[in-house]
Design a binder for this molecule. Structure first.
Ligand SMILES: NC(=O)c1ccc[n+]([C@@H]2O[C@H](COP(=O)([O-])OP(=O)(O)OC[C@H]3O[C@@H](n4cnc5c(N)ncnc54)[C@H](O)[C@@H]3O)[C@@H](O)[C@H]2O)c1
Length: 371
């Protein structure tokens, strides 16, 4: 395959993460062509040019449409705030580009549907940034579950918490706007949903509650603005196979920095994992002698593929940005027509359907079945 020409829209938290991944994917995996970093777009010219130099892109623009129209660009990374995803991803697909769009697809379900429609019409690879499924530890947990290491899983608890909205004096910014989505549900809950989908399948029924810890926030320019969405959510869910699940998400949980804590309970054992300690998991197997029963902590090691592509030594650990490099490799695999482990727009839409069902359930105060 010829080297892929890359376009990157947005250079904030996720934009830099995508840029690191595009820069590193050849070095880490070896068996791919080194991508060509062609075109970068930001909100203004100065920032675009500065970031293009830092990230190693050839061209810079303040007009993302010029990037999308660039014939040298084959893949577009969309890393802008949620409300821009639909317009940018659809334009890129209509221009014949593959798309790697950050989660969630779009605040409005109809826009997410349009994104899937555009991907199908273009017949291009369109995936979402659900990097947590790429953790070699999560992949191994999937293998253990399929091998029956903890029997038949019947109950799951998952919590996703951070504290970047915990301070009531944090300035109002786009994440508190209703145009960006429901808040904890589409900003956070989608990640645990991607993990549950990867390990077990999509939610079949949900009932949710949402909470708004702070009614308003200060504005940088002075005054205050009402918070338009909910920073916390609690959800009961039913998955296939009769699995009951609890999902809790909170962007205002002091002390939590990157918690995605999974507890999986099966008929013959349990598994626990927390993204804050992403290089380990705990396994409890009930077939051990009672004198030695207890959770065993297992550290990430080269045998948990593709950890071996990064480091030959066990226990040294991968980081968040490495998950994006693995996701990037999977995207290239998909573009080459090889089997890959990615969240396509099709599965992403189903995740978003679950999120909208949760919001609907909160407003109607009842269980919602998801078709
Ligand atoms: N996968 C993950 O783990 C993860 C983590 C954080 C954020 N995200 C997602 O990534 C997306 C971006 O979040 P972020 O935290 O990086 O935001 P951010 O605010 O750090 O970065 C957004 C960038 O987009 C730029 N931008 C805005 N409008 C633009 C335009 N018209 N043209 C070009 N650039 C423009 C901004 O200037 C900014 O640099 C969101 O959808 C968010 O949900 C995903």
């Amino acid at each position: 395959m010829a080297p892929l020409g890359i376009g990157l829209i947005g250079t904030g938290y996720m934009g830099k993460c995508h840029a690191l991944a595009w820069n590193a994917v050849k070095t880490v995996f070896g068996d791919v062509e080194r991508p060509r970093l062609v075109h970068l777009a930001e909100a203004n010219d100065d920032l675009a040019h500065a970031r293009a130099v830092e990230f190693g892109f050839e061209k810079a623009t303040a007009d993302w449409r010029a990037l999308v129209a660039d014939p040298e660009v084959d893949v577009v990374s969309v890393t802008t705030p949620n409300q821009f995803h639909a317009e940018m991803a659809i334009a890129a697909l209509e221009a014949g580009k593959h798309v790697w769009c950050e989660k969630p697809m779009a605040p409005a379900y109809a826009d997410a549907e349009r994104m899937l429609k555009a991907a199908k019409a273009a017949n291009k690879v369109a995936i979402l940034g659900y990097n947590y499924i790429q953790n070699p530890i999560i992949r191994h947990i999937k293998t253990l579950i399929s091998e029956g290491a903890i029997g038949v899983v019947n109950h799951i608890r998952v919590e996703m918490d951070e504290d970047f909205m915990a301070d009531p004096d944090t300035f109002f910014y786009w994440k508190s706007e209703l145009s960006a989505g429901y808040g904890a549900l589409d900003d956070f809950a989608v990640h645990p949903l991607s993990l549950l989908w990867y390990l077990f399948g999509h939610a079949e029924a949900v009932i949710a509650d949402m909470a708004k810890p702070y009614a308003d926030r200060p504005l940088k320019e002075g005054g205050r603005r009402p918070v338009e969405n909910h920073d916390a959510a609690n959800v009961l869910m039913r998955l296939g196979g009769g699995i009951s699940a609890v999902l809790m998400a909170n962007r205002a949980a002091w002390g939590r920095k990157g918690r995605i804590a999974l507890q999986l309970y099966g008929s013959s054992g349990s598994i626990t994992f927390d993204q804050e300690r992403m290089n380990e998991f705990e396994l409890y197997q009930a077939d051990r002698r009672t004198t030695e029963q207890g959770f065993r902590k297992i550290l990430a090691a080269p045998a948990h593929r593709p950890y071996d592509r990064f480091i030959p030594a066990p226990g040294h650990g991968l980081g968040f940005n490495d998950l994006k490099i693995i996701e990037c490799r999977e995207l290239i695999r998909a573009i080459s027509g090889e089997p890959s482990s990615i969240v396509t727009f099709e599965d992403g839409l189903r995740i978003e359907k679950s999120v909208h069902a949760m919001a609907q359930s909160y407003h109607q105060r009842r269980w919602i079945e998801i078709a």
